[in-house]
Design a protein around this ligand. Sequence first.
Ligand code: SF4
Length: 325
Amino acid sequence: MALLQVDRLRVEFPARQRTLVAVDDVSLSIDAGEVLGVVGESGAGKSVTGAAIIGLIEPPGRIAGGEIRFAGRRIDCLPDDAKRHIRGREIGSVFQDPLTSLNPLFTVGQQLVETILAHSDRTAADARRHALRLLEEVGIPAPAQRIDAYPHEFSGGMRQRVVIALAICAAPRLIIADEPTTALDVSIQSQIIALLKRLCREHGTAIMLITHDMGVIAETADRVAVMYAGRIVEVGPVRQILRSPNHPYTQGLMESIPRLGSDSAPLAQIDGAMPRLHEIPVGCAFHPRCPDASERCRETRPALRMVADSASVACLLFDDGCADD
Ligand code: SF4
């Protein structure tokens, strides 16, 4: 049984003239100890999918269809306090900007101790000892000297390490990491990725890694789900998808990854932009940007179909299970 199972998730935001669909018919699963990368440009529905899983869709937005199961238990229809209990204790979260997760008025030690006490029966003294161990585990140098510092006294990379320490306080089985490295320098990005991978390996923590950066996916994930206009358009083992991406959108994302030794060649870009929610075209939502689009693509929305061992793609080129010649 998968640790997280999302089936046919639909998230809607009512607007003045019509209901906007941010996530449409999304199904995915994550096993214990697995890193699932969820990739796509801004507006693809990645973060809304993550927010739905941790119960953080802001009203009037709502889950309008589908199911979310965690460890076999349905969690999308729980009352708010039960969702809050799962969030933090069973599912941790790390967001792009560490300052949104940290309270500037309290020391990192106070915030860690408070979170540890909220999720365990430890005494205050034991919680502080645990906080020190966590700071050490996430690579904060001299944690005994830093534990009483305030968030603004840490660099961006160190703040993100503190946020990861907060996320693992209660030893959650799943961490939703939404663009955890985007705000950081490139050299710090790889340190944070290495830290997340180590946590995954050593504690068996599963990670849903949301990013716009296919390079981060290549370094980190076991499997990848590519999202476009609220839907998954390709999903499968990361090595397989990196080696032979099937969906034209995935191919475009792959061409935008910088490669060592090819710094003279300009990086390819996908022409056009992700459609806004009120402008998602009928048929295949990618057709206005797709170099392979045909007349049929303007009318028919492709379903996600398995094309190879554990890899699926939503593209009419693969409608019969294999690409057209
Ligand atoms: Fe391109 Fe058509 Fe495939 Fe959509 S269905 S990705 S438009 S070829």
